[in-house]
Design a protein around this ligand. Structure first.
Ligand code: UD1
Length: 341
């Protein structure tokens, strides 16, 4: 197939391009080379903005499907970034969808995120499945990290989050990801084509951007260890995440192109083997022969406590199972090149 990958110069997009080419697809790349992610872009790369209708239309010529990875990521460092997030992520998606409809490109694979869920799934011992409110600063300051039951205040037990959970965005970035999904869903409902939305969990691997305000925690820990410093683990280190290797995420994108979906369908893309941030830090520190992690008790505004995926739908419907074991993946990651911005 001829595929257009937006954001193909980025961390995940670059791996997606490689995997699609390895699977025999003819791949074109569209990338804004946004200065927040590409301070020194490769000199031979073309800069194309997904908000530029004419440029997007030209790149859609002869294309069978679009894999849309282009987005500003991270939690938003400053509310002043709000228009840029909405512009890149939502206006960009709207322009892409409009041009795809006009040209007749009927297949979209959308890079979404587990951030659409806000907190993961939870159950109260007395009240069953529930969804906690954002944690109060006073609780976090006092070291009470586990969210409480909205009905009785008892600490909740984390559960896998599945794709049926309603969206509860907790950041500007998360809100733009929910809006991307909703726009794509409306596009599919209008009969323009089919959409596979891949909700990535915590992606790590070679080529990850170095320690920046936008980096995921694996790159932050890796950069600290490379400088001889201990990883600084927030809260009590028991917060749970699902770290999924970027080559597995790329493989999920390849599978998504062939998925037999009707309209719009979302999938958790995760390893299915969750861990705690403290355990991930300890494994990476051991792999790098570095100082043991320090549990700081600090907390970050807007952080969620546990987000752990139910990976069953992606396995059943896309045939996706993550291949990379976390310990092995972190061992490779310990020496893999990161990307300087
Ligand atoms: C991250 C992204 C989110 C993305 C999602 C899925 C950021 C800020 N968040 O969410 O946009 O959609 O993955 O890929 O980019 N932590 C430490 N020490 C640090 C930094 C972080 O202990 O130095 C902890 C955090 O408090 C949190 C956990 O590590 O509990 C994960 O943090 P992060 O990597 O930022 O990921 P998420 O917040 O899960």
């Amino acid at each position: 197939m001829r595929i257009l990958v937006t954001g193909g110069a980025g961390f995940i997009g670059g791996h997606v391009v490689t995997a699609l080419r390895a699977a025999g697809h003819d791949v074109g790349v569209l990338d804004l080379l946004h200065p927040a992610a590409h301070r020194s872009p490769p000199p031979d790369a073309d800069r194309v903005d997904v908000r530029d209708r004419a440029a997007v239309a030209a790149m859609l010529d002869g294309v069978d499907a679009v894999v849309h990875q282009a987005a500003m990521v991270g939690m938003g460092v400053d509310l002043a970034d709000l228009p840029e997030y909405v512009g890149c992520n939502d206006l960009g998606t709207a322009v892409l969808l409009a041009e795809m409809a006009r040209v007749g490109v009927r297949r979209l694979v959308l890079a979404s995120s587990m951030v659409v869920y806000g907190e993961g799934g939870y159950a109260c011992p007395s009240h069953g499945a529930t969804s906690p409110a954002p944690r109060a600063a006073a609780d976090l300051d006092a070291g009470r990290f586990e969210p409480g039951c909205p009905a009785c205040g008892a600490p909740l037990e984390p559960r896998d989050v599945d794709e049926g959970a309603p969206p509860r965005p907790r950041s500007v970035y998360a809100a733009t990801k929910v809006a991307q999904e909703h726009l794509a869903q409306a596009w599919a409902l209008a009969g323009a084509g089919t959409v596979v939305a891949l909700r990535y969990h915590n992606v790590y691997g070679p080529g990850m951007p170095r320690d920046t305000p936008y980096s995921g925690v694996a790159a932050i820990f890796r950069s600290a260890l490379a400088a001889g410093r201990a990883p600084r683990v927030f809260e009590d280190g028991a917060q749970r995440r699902d770290f999924v290797h970027v080559t597995d995420v790329a493989a999920a994108n390849v599978l998504a192109l062939d998925a037999a979906v009707d309209g719009f369908r979302a999938y958790n893309i995760a390893s299915g083997r969750p861990t705690t941030v403290g355990a991930m830090a300890a494994t990476l520190a051991a792999a790098m022969d570095g100082p043991a992690p320090v549990i700081t008790g600090d907390h970050r505004a807007g952080d969620v406590r546990h987000v752990v995926a139910a990976p069953g739908r992606a396995r059943a419907e896309l045939g996706f199972t993550a291949a990379v074991d976390l310990t092995e993946g972190l061992r490779d990651f310990a020496t893999a090149p990161l990307r300087a911005l």
